[in-house]
Design a protein around this ligand. Structure first.
Ligand code: MSP
Length: 495
């Protein structure tokens, strides 16, 4: 079975902040989960490198636009390596193959009569790269970002989006395309209010893909960008790859770009006669001081800074645990530290540490392979079943809550059985059962905190890596004579 997962491609005019890392980490967690579940995963991410905004920022830097995009795209790519993002392909919209596909799609749409020539009279928001209608023409502010828009009047090619409104409305009504569920009506109301045709070329923007038409236009940056999801899996250029992975199964976006993804994007696909994505999931925003975290607000939270202080996995864990996926979340250092100390240090770290201490001191460092205590084994399996459901429903914080139910169960189990007490007769049975539960938690945690899971795995003395084992390992006994390795504190307490 295949699964095709995407993130938005990021504008490279500014450095990545935790908002960008959020979407990418979420996609990575799902990709890792499905790999462990035995799926053939294609995971696409990349950078969005054309358009007026990028051109203007590049101009202020005393280097060519090409040098600017090369340098900044690399910053994203490097950060994704630091964040342990297991993408299959990193696409850049300035790659010649992508540019060629965009032009071919344009030609296809022209031939199908889905494009026509007209004149665009209206407003354009450069920071959002979007056409929008201001409330007040005397003070034309962008309805999304509240910055002043420019008035433009120019000949342009239009995409006949209005033609697909009914078909899209039906698809949305009948399928789980818009996620989370509470967003569905918002999208339907927008469509029912009537869809406009969209201008898809720009006359005076030189940093873009040239249109395959006699005029000297460039292609509108959002049209170019959306096509990355097609060119990234070989549309037009690699039929075998494309037919293997199309359509996308889960596309992650932030709620700021829903209109492009829940409306323009599927209409484009309908015009191309291509199957539509299964799910496009819009998550909420990380805010700071109640404002969306963004460069323009000057309230950036740097992922590198958090990683330096806490390490990578606490960041991955916090982002997906703190806020139900789909809702907004307020970021604070205090909140981060609290979550870290309570969940990772006290619950998980402490459980692993005291259990391994028992193996070392009471069992000569060797774990036995007897069948685990029955209530514990049943509990671990029931947690896994819930976890699997939550992961498939893209409910990350709930999936983590399930794992924490198991971790709490194990901590209570140890407290109640107290195998450290003088004269305890069944130390090995208690400790081996706990290890069995820790192993189950470690496997389920692997998509979220891959490095820490591997460390726990190695300390327990198991072979390989939990992320490359399938979930079916969960209900097998621990191999006989497993010898634990040297203990280390994975999550040191923060003051
Ligand atoms: N280039 C377009 C997307 C084109 S996709 C065909 C774009 N790029 S962006 O870099 O501005 O933002 C991309 C994504 O970053 C957002 O949709 C969202 O997923 C994420 N976030 C940016 N700021 C965010 C927060 N403060 N909080 C959560 N996610 C945010 O739009």
């Amino acid at each position: 079975m295949k699964i095709y997962i995407t993130t938005p491609i990021y504008y490279i005019n500014a450095e990545p902040h935790i908002g960008h890392t959020y979407t990418t980490i979420a996609a990575d967690v799902l990709a890792r989960f499905y790999r462990m579940a035995g799926y053939d995963v294609f995971f696409l991410t990349g950078t969005d490198e054309h358009g007026q905004k990028i051109y203007e920022v590049a101009k202020t830097q005393n280097i060519t636009t090409k040098e600017f995009v090369d340098r900044n795209s690399e910053i994203y790519k490097k950060l994704w390596d630091v964040l342990n993002i297991s993408y299959t392909r990193f696409i850049r919209t300035t790659e010649p193959e992508h540019e060629e596909t965009v032009r071919k799609v344009f030609t296809k749409l022209l031939e199908k009569g889905a494009l026509y020539k007209g004149n665009y009279e209206g407003y354009y928001c450069i920071p959002c790269e979007s056409y929008a209608i201001p409330e007040d023409e005397n003070n034309p502010l962008c309805p999304d970002c509240n910055r002043t828009m420019s008035k433009i009047s120019e000949p342009s090619y239009f995409f006949r989006m209005s033609k697909y409104a009914k078909q899209l409305e039906r698809y949305i009504e009948e399928n789980d395309f818009v996620k989370p569920d509470f967003r569905k009506n918002e999208v339907l109301n927008f469509i029912r209010a009537g869809l406009y045709d969209v201008s898809i070329t720009r006359k005076n923007v030189e940093w873009g893909i040239s249109s395959p038409t006699p005029e000297n236009y460039t292609i509108y940056v959002w049209f170019d960008a959306l096509i990355n999801y097609l060119s990234g899996v070989g549309y037009i250029q690699n039929d075998i790859l494309f037919s293997k992975y199309w359509p996308p199964d889960v596309q992650f976006i932030g709620k700021d770009i829903m209109r492009f993804h829940h409306i323009i994007w599927p209409c484009l696909l309908l015009a191309l006669d291509l199957p539509l994505p299964k799910v496009i999931f819009a998550h909420g925003w990380w805010t700071s001081g109640k404002d969306k975290i963004s460069k323009s607000k000057g309230n950036i939270v740097s992922p590198q800074k958090i990683i330096e202080e806490y390490g990578l996995d606490p960041l991955r864990y916090f982002l997906l645990r703190e806020v139900p996926f789909g809702l907004d979340g307020e970021y604070s250092e205090e909140g981060f530290k609290k979550r870290y100390n309570s969940d990772l240090v006290n619950d998980l770290g402490n459980l692993v540490n005291r259990t391994l201490n028992l193996v070392e001191t009471k069992m000569s460092g060797i774990i036995g392979n007897e069948t685990p205590e029955i209530t514990l084994a049943n509990f671990a399996i029931s947690v896994f079943e819930e976890y699997e459901k939550k992961m498939k429903a893209i409910a990350f914080s709930e999936a983590l809550e399930e794992i924490w139910k198991l971790i709490s169960f194990l901590n209570r189990f140890l407290d109640e059985k107290a195998p450290w007490r003088e004269g305890c007769k069944n130390v090995a049975e208690i400790v081996n059962s706990t290890i069995y539960g820790i192993r189950a938690a470690t496997i389920m945690l692997a998509p979220f905190i891959p490095n820490s899971s591997s460390k726990i795995w190695k300390m327990l003395g198991f072979d390989g890596d939990p992320g490359s084992k399938g979930f079916n390992l969960l209900n097998q006994n621990i191999p006989e004579g497993t010898k634990v390795n040297k203990r280390e504190i994975i999550f040191p307490r923060k003051k």
